[in-house]
Design a protein around this ligand. Structure first.
Ligand SMILES: Cc1cc2nc3c(=O)[nH]c(=O)nc-3n(C[C@H](O)[C@H](O)[C@H](O)COP(=O)(O)O)c2cc1C
Length: 303
């Protein structure tokens, strides 16, 4: 039985529902030796800003029980470097490239969106949810009004499919998702990392240089699933789910809860071939279950 893995995220057609999550897969190119990047549903590149950023002071990563904490602070070489050095290679390799962008002001988000209107970029993922930077990121993603303003402004500056990435560090995720949809988001992705911290009892100091950081990995999967499910009830636009996906079975849970696609994040640090394995595992599951298309799984949770 040949199964159909293709899904659509608004006008964006994906050959399968498995993408790699921003900040966990570099620019994709670093993972070339582990598999064919063109066979992935897509690669979401590291959070890109107008100017290069050095990121936060070390230590920036800590392993935790069933996950990891990071406080990278959006280190990246800036949009111009991305466009000149990485995008042409991604284009040549036939990668469905989604650019994750972050700004300090609404105007910066808009400028970035305009700069990124380039052949070879399939969609934009608006990061209004980074917990590791003071001015930008999460400050934009935790108030319905500000979410509306930033999404509406960026919408006017790009024709590319606009995916808005939400922070889980809010009280009412459904309300935030509705604000993003009302402002013109084509899709919602969630979740970014949960705020956390770790302590060294010998030095009595926080382990992360930034004191707090973002928790990701299997520890956050139940929270992410719950939020995807809640958002699926609240909006009509497609959802891309992530948080702790390690296996095809994890990914299928997200699809059942209403995600049209998923992203693989922290798992890439454990097993760099995870995304390809998840694609194969979903295909196997569909074959075993006698289901012709992965689209039949989306939102099919029985309650
Ligand atoms: C080291 C690291 C760097 C990250 N950088 C970004 C980033 O630049 N932009 C962004 O939107 N999310 C970033 N994230 C969040 C992930 O894309 C993802 O939302 C989160 O880790 C949850 O998925 P996971 O549990 O599968 O890792 C980062 C996560 C990690 C672990």
């Amino acid at each position: 039985m040949v199964v159909d893995l293709s899904v659509s995220i608004g006008s964006l057609q994906l050959k399968n529902p498995v993408l790699t999550a921003s900040g966990t897969f570099g620019y994709g190119l670093e993972f070339r030796r582990f598999g064919n990047l063109g066979a992935l549903g897509g690669v979401v590149v590291k959070g890109t800003t107008l100017q290069p950023r050095a990121g936060n002071k070390p230590q920036r990563i800590v392993e935790t029980a069933a996950g990891m904490l990071n406080s990278i602070g959006l280190e990246n070489p800036g949009v111009d470097f991305f466009l000149t050095h990485y995008l042409p290679q991604l284009r040549d390799l036939g990668v469905t490239t989604i650019v994750n962008l972050a700004g300090n002001t609404i105007d910066e988000y808009c400028q970035l969106a305009e700069r990124l209107q380039q052949p070879g970029i399939a969609a934009l993922e608006l990061n209004i949810s980074c917990p590791n930077v003071k001015a930008g990121g999460m400050a934009f993603g935790t108030s319905e009004e500000v979410v509306y303003q930033v999404v509406q402004a960026v919408r006017r500056h790009t024709k590319l499919p606009l995916i808005v990435k939400l922070s889980p560090n809010v009280t009412d995720i459904a309300a935030i998702a509705r604000a993003a949809e009302a402002a013109g988001a084509d899709a919602i992705s969630l979740i970014n990392t949960l705020l956390g911290m770790a302590v060294d009892i010998r030095t009595r100091r926080p382990i992360l240089g930034n004191v707090v950081g973002g928790l990701s990995g299997p520890a956050i999967k139940p929270v992410a699933l719950r939020m995807v499910w809640q958002v699926a009830q609240a909006v009509k636009v497609p959802i891309i789910g992530m948080g702790g996906i390690m296996t095809a079975s994890d990914a299928i849970e997200f699809l059942l809860c209403g995600a049209s696609a998923v992203q693989i994040g922290a798992a890439n640090f454990v097993e760099p071939t995870t995304a390809w394995r998840v694609i194969d595992g979903i295909a196997e599951y569909l074959e075993q279950q006698g289901i012709a298309s992965v689209r039949e799984l989306i939102g099919s949770l029985q309650i």
